[in-house]
Design a protein around this ligand. Structure first.
Ligand code: ADP
Ligand code: MG
Length: 242
């Protein structure tokens, strides 16, 4: 069954068409990669799904329910969560405080009255930052700050998690470690969409890849098919490569 169905999504910013009649769907338990050169519209697709941006045209369904016009709060409460491309921890609060903040009633995502210490420990341990809970975010290495962002998303107990460039700025060892952690989420029953600007960390991780180019659907297939697709290679020629 499709958990997420994006149909004919178009998003314009004034005269700029950031996403142009783009459709894709995600089945339960899948990890789908969404790739495209920088500026191709990947983050805009996530922002439309999460109710951050209103759509210009098209529809979005989650578990069969139309969420096109839902607020972020409504979308999160239905079981969707997103890890942003940019980390935005509050530097004056500990890692534990940052995770808890995401579960408080007045937060934009708010599920309930705030997670308990045991629950916060559990979210952190699922992404291996439980030893950092009392640290301040600006004392953590980049890879752990990214893990904190993932722990915040886990704290809303999503069924479907959208990860926007989770591997950016990580070295090969960190990419491998994070890919293994994401694989563990799948074993726990989560469905995921992972955005990256190239195939980098996705090759071994995802079941299927969907390629965006200038806001348009370009191709979809297995990671192997996409790595060998001439149209995809062509789209990446001017940039840093597939
Ligand atoms: P990607 O994530 O694939 O790098 P984005 O979705 O961030 O691409 O951007 C797609 C296009 O939409 C770019 O041209 C970008 O400048 C534009 N864009 C994204 N968000 C906004 C916004 N809030 N206002 C105006 N233009 C935007
Ligand atoms: Mg982006």
């Amino acid at each position: 069954m499709s958990v997420l169905e994006v149909e004919h999504l178009t998003k314009k910013f004034g005269g700029l068409v950031a996403v142009d009649d783009f459709s894709f769907e995600v089945d339960e338990g899948e990890i789908v990669g969404l790739i495209g050169p920088n500026g191709s519209g990947k983050s805009t697709v996530f922002n439309c799904i999460m109710g951050i941006y209103g759509v210009t045209a098209g529809s979005i369904r989650f578990n069969g329910t139309d969420i096109t016009d839902d607020s972020t709060h409504q979308v999160v409460n239905k079981g969707l969560s997103r890890v942003s491309q940019e980390s935005n921890p509050i530097d004056s609060m500990s890692v534990a405080g940052n995770i808890k903040l995401f579960t408080l009633p007045n937060s934009i995502v708010s599920l309930r009255g705030g997670a308990s210490q045991a629950e916060i420990y559990d979210y952190a341990s699922r992404i291996d930052i439980e030893d950092d809970l009392q640290e301040m975010p600006d004392e953590l290495p980049h890879a752990d700050v990214r893990r904190l962002e993932i722990a915040k998303a886990l704290a809303t107990e999503p069924e479907l998690m959208l990860l926007d460039e989770p591997f950016a700025g990580m070295n090969q060892a960190e990419i491998g470690e994070l890919a293994a952690q994401i694989e563990r989420f799948r074993e726990e029953g989560m469905t995921m969409v992972v955005v990256d600007h190239n195939m980098g960390g996705l090759m071994e991780l995802v079941d299927r890849v969907v390629v965006l180019n200038n806001g348009d659907f370009l191709a979809s297939g297995t990671p192997e098919e996409i790595a060998e697709d001439d149209a995809v290679q062509e789209a990446y020629l001017a940039g840093e490569g597939l």
